[in-house]
Design a protein around this ligand. Sequence first.
Ligand SMILES: NC(=O)C1=CN([C@@H]2O[C@H](COP(=O)(O)OP(=O)(O)OC[C@H]3O[C@@H](n4cnc5c(N)ncnc54)[C@H](OP(=O)(O)O)[C@@H]3O)[C@@H](O)[C@H]2O)C=CC1
Ligand SMILES: CC(=O)[C@@H](O)[C@H](O)COP(=O)(O)O
Ligand SMILES: [Mn+2]
Length: 384
Amino acid sequence: MKPPLRVAVLGSTGSIGRQALDVIARFPDRFAVAALAAGANADLLAEQVAALRPRYVFAERVSPRLQEAAAAVGALAERPEAVAVAPDVDIVLVATAGAAGLLPTLAALRIGRPVAIANKEVLVMAGHLVREAMQAGGGELRPVDSEHSAIWQCLWGESPHAIRRIILTASGGAFRDFSRGQLAAVTPEQALDHPTWKMGRKITVDSATLMNKGMETIEAMWLFDVPMDAVDVVLHRESIVHSLVEFTDGSVKAQLGVPDMRLPIQLALSYPERMPEPPMPLLDLAAVGVLHFGRPDLDRFPCLRLAMEAGRIGGTAPAAMAAADEVAVERFLRREIGFLDIPRVIEHVLEQHEPLPSPSLDEVLAADAEARRLAAAVAPEVPA
Ligand SMILES: NC(=O)C1=CN([C@@H]2O[C@H](COP(=O)(O)OP(=O)(O)OC[C@H]3O[C@@H](n4cnc5c(N)ncnc54)[C@H](OP(=O)(O)O)[C@@H]3O)[C@@H](O)[C@H]2O)C=CC1
Ligand SMILES: CC(=O)[C@@H](O)[C@H](O)COP(=O)(O)O
Ligand SMILES: [Mn+2]
């Protein structure tokens, strides 16, 4: 029997991270936790360290309790990159949110380590650097985002030359049926009430603005090496069809399942095998009854258009956009700006930004920092 796959979970206290620990715990013969990294939730991380006894731990905020738990099992790392390249790790799951996963992803890929990537902002900011690191190190990227896991599965056994179009499905988020007038007055609590998925706060707001889908179009370009013109978005309220691929001969393949991230997480770990048991309830299509599809409305949800435009421009534009979005979402959650200000802030930043083609890491980080500074300074137009 093979020894268990040793997994480093970056972002272990978050929504994806906690579900990953669930999956790992279900199959102790197959998977083991080798390392954990998190941000500010030192209490939960301390509990995870005490229960799972990883050999490497990183935290942005270290509490005395975490220090004690980490000292009992190994050393506290100074940086998340150190966890990503620690010895005795077979795969790194990058489940941090926002820009935090960029450096650990590059570090792991540069030493040829497989990376299961949930943190889509990493690919949006610097897809070309991720690809370069993967090619230089001989590493491998396995998609975790549900749509990209679906596309990945549709492409198994297919030639990449046979792809005509990638079709990403979008639930439409919390405000899919709201008018523009109604959108002006929505609250963070309403935005955080996603109709089909339970996720972290930032991605849930991104889903409500359709920025999540916009970022996913750029993520698809890098993961599957297709131009933006070969990526489409279709609204699908039920989140049962996770995405589709249209091939050159007109055939269309889709992957379906109940909306539950434990399947894509499990598959990214078990690949190229499928596990013998599902981690979630099975899909009963007769009980679902009807599936709906439609076109996204770019007037009500301009973030999708902004992201696709940034993806087409390339260079530092997507990094500036992602940074502006991160700041705008935080400001909305703090009630400093209204929901309709989120695309305004991003558009303002992109108008000021002069994109550099093929940027170095330093240039990406500079574009990120400048976009954050600009986004923090945009005054709200809609009263928060
Ligand atoms: N949730 C979902 O269902 C899906 C998520 N994704 C993507 O996966 C990523 C994670 O999403 P989600 O789990 O929802 O987000 P959460 O906000 O729930 O979790 C984010 C995690 O990142 C950790 N973190 C923050 N900063 C650092 C840092 N500097 N170093 C290490 N860890 C850090 C947080 O730690 P702490 O809590 O301790 O501060 C937390 O564990 C995002 O990019 C999202 O777009 C993609 C598809 C589905
Ligand atoms: C679960 C997952 O992959 C999320 O990215 C999800 O897609 C969000 O739903 P939306 O379709 O509303 O963006
Ligand atoms: Mn997704």
